[in-house]
Every structure is written in structure tokens, then in C-alpha cells.
Design a protein around this ligand. Structure first.
Ligand SMILES: [Zn+2]
Length: 76
């Protein structure tokens, strides 16, 4: 199992429903009401350096990649 996706173990646990139920009870990620984990980049899923202004909800790396397509212009 990796920390990136806690549901990867489901492929093995489908054979054992009771063990799977216990696994879900103790290993499912906590539902967050606020904080850094509630916001993620809608393009790459990163939680770091979010730009939510104008309803973008993308990280700075994806913003740099797609800024010209979105109509942003860099002043020098
Ligand atoms: Zn991103």
C-alpha cells in the first residue's frame, strides 16, 4: 500500500469482506472541514501553492503552464 492511494489494498481485500470492513474503519482518511487538505489543484491534485483567485483553483505550476491559454498576460 502507498500513502498516495489508500484504496489500493482493496484489490486484495475483496476476498475478505470482514477484513475489508475493518480496514476501511481504521484506515480511511479523515474528512476535513477546513485546512490545506480541503483544497487541491483541479489539474494535478497538488495541495501546495494554490491559486484560488478568480475561481481558478489550480497550483502555481499548472497556472504557469496554462496562463496564456486562460488569457493572462505577463507584464515586464
Ligand atoms: Zn496543479
Amino acid at each position: 500500500m502507498t500513502t498516495s492511494n489508500w484504496k489500493k489494498a482493496f484489490t486484495q481485500l475483496d476476498e475478505k469482506p470482514d477484513v475489508k470492513r475493518k480496514y476501511i474503519k481504521h484506515n480511511s482518511p479523515k474528512k476535513r472541514a477546513h485546512g490545506i487538505a480541503t483544497r487541491s489543484c483541479k489539474l494535478c491534485g497538488s495541495h501546495r501553492a494554490m491559486i484560488s483567485k478568480y475561481g481558478l483553483n489550480v497550483c502555481r505550476k499548472c497556472f504557469r503552464q496554462y496562463a496564456l491559454d486562460l488569457g493572462f498576460k505577463q507584464y515586464r
